[in-house]
Design a protein around this ligand. Structure first.
Ligand SMILES: [Zn+2]
Length: 185
């Protein structure tokens, strides 16, 4: 299925809007790039996404406004060496999962974030964000208003539970854990 023009209010050249209107390209060729205003008011979760690209038909692509007052924007870019690259600016990076984007940002800004993610993973789903918030605040008392945003990112960036703990309801038990259980005898 071709990519339709998704972004309202974007100035597109006639050939660009024609290509999108006709669905000439699919999401393998046409990507969207997320751009912030790059100033001091940009929230961490938005700053982390700055410059990232997403398949234009990816339902998980971030679609501004992400929050109240968000001033971020998307622009169309093309995968290198495709026909779409004749119509749109060529992307400088490739799409990666949002969890990886957040993990890279957290590594740089709050390197102890894996402790936050681990604490949150132990908590009930409804309490995960609060636990992440409190853990992050204890490790980094001076993050101020960014604490909540960074805590949310740590929860999203956390490795998925399947690799962390065995699940009782018919889930398979990781080999290392199974070994530990057997050794307990
Ligand atoms: Zn924003």
């Amino acid at each position: 299925m071709g990519v339709r023009a998704l972004i309202d209010g974007l100035e597109l050249r006639p050939d660009q809007s024609a290509a999108l209107g006709e669905g000439a390209f699919d999401g393998d060729q046409v990507w969207v790039e997320f751009l912030t205003q790059e100033d001091a008011h940009v929230r961490p979760a938005h700053a982390a996404l700055h410059g990232t690209v997403w398949s234009a038909d990816d339902p998980n692509a971030p679609a501004p406004p992400l929050d109240y007052g968000c001033r971020c924007q998307l622009r169309y870019v093309a995968k290198p060496n495709t026909l779409a690259a004749h119509v749109f600016p060529v992307a400088e990076v490739v799409p990666v999962p949002r969890a990886d984007v957040f993990a890279a940002y957290l590594d740089k800004h709050v390197p102890q974030w894996p402790k936050v993610a681990a604490a949150a993973a132990q908590a009930q789903p409804a309490e995960r964000l609060s636990v992440a918030y409190l853990t992050l605040k204890r490790l980094y008392p001076n993050l101020g208003a960014d604490t909540r945003d960074l805590a949310r990112m740590a929860v999203e960036a956390a490795p998925k539970p399947a690799t962390v703990a065995p699940v009782a309801a018919g889930g398979s038990v990781p080999a290392a854990v199974a070994g530990a259980e057997a050794g307990r005898g």
